[in-house]
Design a protein around this ligand. Structure first.
Ligand SMILES: [Zn+2]
Length: 273
């Protein structure tokens, strides 16, 4: 019997293995499909083998990438009435599903992190919030969304507990963040704060990602396969993780997991009278 041993990327910035050869226009993947963000028949085109950042919907405003389409697909399946709900999205980008959420949901709050400004106030079009110490009252939202934010917070436990607190009973937290394939344990810390200074863990090369309102964001945490257990240990969320290889919806490549956390609906658990 022959075993299958898949090659694994060590880092989200490392290109995935692909047999595809570029066309004369530099296209390495061109899929016909349906986009769950713009809700159109479209083409998903990549000019780079790292599909996580390069496989773009040709119909979405400013494009969209696989993890955003994965989140949109799960969102539309899990919470189809989302336009009528109270939604908080932390650190939205100006593309993909964030544009659609803001456009179609009347009670949408987009927040960004401006540490120099007072929290709980407006900064331009954004609500200024620290995800680890939100200013919203308990039970404010039906739905909280973050896309590739959790790997940049210094205290993910606090952030998850704050998201839990500000969700209504029965509310959902739907998010994406890289879950490292080589890592079984729930998380390892890459960088921490000590006496106001950033301290990098031993042997870790600092890694930075794009940030919607700042130049770059340090990756503070690597999450692993068992992160769902840790989320449910830190909070009372019921948690599940979706993983994709979905050409029809253009969800191909590495790190497309969507994590769905539901705050228990306490009333639903009461015995019937
Ligand atoms: Zn689209």
């Amino acid at each position: 019997m022959t075993g299958f041993i898949g090659k694994q990327s060590e880092s989200p910035n490392q290109p995935s293995e692909s047999e595809a050869q570029p066309t004369s226009q530099g296209v390495v993947l061109d899929l016909a499909g349906y986009c769950p963000i713009c809700e159109k028949e479209t083409r998903f085109v990549a000019k780079d083998k790292w599909y996580r950042g390069s496989l773009l919907c040709q119909m979405c405003t400013n494009g969209s990438v696989p993890r955003e389409r994965a989140l949109a697909l799960v969102l539309r399946e899990t919470v189809p009435n989302w336009p009528n709900l109270f939604i908080h999205e932390s650190s939205p980008m100006n593309r993909g599903i964030s544009i659609v959420l803001k456009r179609d949901c009347e009670n949408y709050v987009g927040s960004q992190y401006f540490p120099e400004q007072p929290f709980g106030t407006k900064v331009g079009e954004w609500q200024n919030e620290n995800l680890e110490a939100l200013t919203f009252p308990d039970n404010s939202f039906d739905l909280t969304i973050t896309m590739d934010v959790m790997e940049h917070v210094f205290h993910p436990k606090l952030a998850l507990q704050e998201i839990y607190r500000t969700l209504k009973p029965g509310g959902y937290y739907i998010c994406t963040f890289p879950i490292r394939k080589y890592l079984t344990e729930p998380m390892t810390v890459r960088a921490s704060i000590k006496n106001g200074e950033i301290v990098h863990a031993d042997g870790i090369t600092p890694e930075y990602h794009g940030n919607p309102v700042a130049k770059e964001a340090l990756v503070t945490v690597d999450y692993g396969y068992d992160i769902h257990h840790l989320i449910s240990y830190w909070t009372s969320f019921d948690t599940r993780i979706y993983r994709f290889s979905d050409r029809r919806h253009g969800i191909m490549g590495e790190y497309t997991e969507v994590v769905v956390c539901r705050k228990p609906d306490v009333n639903a658990r009461l015995p019937a009278k």
